[in-house]
Design a protein. Structure first.
Length: 59
């Protein structure tokens, strides 16, 4: 019996970097992502563009 191999996904840098030190990103069930501001109590929500991508136009 052979072992199954799981392939990991890759990370792509955002075209428009957030104006804070993003940490602990969480993908929510509605498709948005929340990320913690590492140096503050703030959380930011990223919403994908119409194609489901966060790379170029996350708002």
């Amino acid at each position: 019996m052979g072992a199954a191999i799981a392939r990991a996904q890759t990370w792509t840098a955002l075209a428009n970097q957030p104006p804070f030190a993003a940490s602990n990103p969480l993908l929510l069930t509605d498709g948005t992502v929340i990320a913690h501001n590492a140096c503050a109590p703030d959380w930011w929500r990223l919403t994908p563009d119409d194609r489901g991508s966060y790379v170029n136009d996350a708002r």
